[in-house]
Design a protein around this ligand. Sequence first.
Ligand SMILES: NC(=O)c1ccc[n+]([C@@H]2O[C@H](COP(=O)([O-])OP(=O)(O)OC[C@H]3O[C@@H](n4cnc5c(N)ncnc54)[C@H](OP(=O)(O)O)[C@@H]3O)[C@@H](O)[C@H]2O)c1
Length: 395
Amino acid sequence: MEKRIRLGIFGFGCVGQGLYNVLNHTRGINASIRKICIRHPEKKRTLEASYFTTDRDEIINDPEIDVIVELIDDVQAAYEIVTSALKKRKAVVSANKKMIAEHLDELIRLQAEYKVSFLYEASCCASIPIIRNLEEYYDNELLRSVTGILNGSTNYILTHIFQHNKSFEKALKEAQEMGFAESDPRLDTEGYDAKYKLMIILVHAFGIVLRPDEVFNYGIQHLNDFDIRYAREKNMTVKLIARCRKIGNKVYGYCMPEFVPVSDTLNKVNYEYNGLILEGAFSENQFFMGKGAGGNSTGSAVLSDISALTYEYKYEYKKIDQHLNYRYSNDHLLEVFVRYNAKVKIDAGDFENIAVRYESADFNYIIAKVNLQHLMQFKWLADPDINIILTENNA
Ligand SMILES: NC(=O)c1ccc[n+]([C@@H]2O[C@H](COP(=O)([O-])OP(=O)(O)OC[C@H]3O[C@@H](n4cnc5c(N)ncnc54)[C@H](OP(=O)(O)O)[C@@H]3O)[C@@H](O)[C@H]2O)c1
């Protein structure tokens, strides 16, 4: 039977206010807000002061509150809130991908130990229902790959660069003003946010639990006019794409910028939208698209998790339980475009083979094959005079 839920919410920023708005416009959900914990009591709020507290224990220890909704931008505090709530056998909903990705192992263990639900649909692609789909619909071993644009903020920036000729800085500022960017925008631009989401997808797609340092991420922060001109000349754009794929018993994954032909499905995913292509052994490709950032769209996914708790839904981590024994490995060959300038010396020995080498007064590039596990070790990854983009020939 559907039960009534009393919510204790942490955070009343972009997503917290989005949730309040969505909840207010939804008739069918038997849930009400009892208290909201925020950090700055002096901030002007749109709700009465009696809703708010700065004392986290007032919520965690309230026996009347049965569901904790964690929507804050402080990872350490979020970890403490979520783990103490689970240990008190309160169900938790969270949108905090960094915190979840960094503590996946422990969070899965706590759910089993305390027999309590921890749902986090909004953490992956905001409005796109991907986690519950991976758990329930793709609940077998026939899934082959997940490929997606998982970060709304960088997708917004890249769309404005390629479609409206805006500068990187101007597009980032706009993404921040519209509430699409993380409080620390490097999490978006350097590919960490998309990597954290990929790690969550890896658990529900293939039953693989990893640490963040095991998955490669490279962002769009080195993208310059030469890269953009190169892409345009080849009738392509650049998108920040996260992938994971199973070949036999081996699974690999990464998040990197890629050249994407203008006609490609993922090129239909623009601005703050996210898009995922799921490939099944027999179902072939399925394409999901929806808003990947923003208060109301993320709030909708949080509300859907709250609604699922009214019928006591919990993730079963079916792929882990099926003992599929997939092995995660970065031993995988990629074709990369590496652009650099005269200040930089590229060592041919870093690559398996170099198919194209171009040199000019302004910029140089090579197109070459490189093993992902070697690429992860390269000292020059952080050099701003070098940019790496995957070619369109990687699947
Ligand atoms: N924005 C998006 O589109 C989006 C999409 C998907 C997931 N997310 C995730 O959702 C979470 C929230 O993001 P947001 O964009 O809503 O952030 P935000 O607009 O910066 O709001 C953060 C909220 O958290 C509160 N807060 C911070 N530290 C706190 C603490 N220690 N105790 C209690 N409250 C605290 C802040 O309080 P004050 O109001 O007092 O400052 C604020 O209300 C993050 O994990 C983010 O990664 C965001």
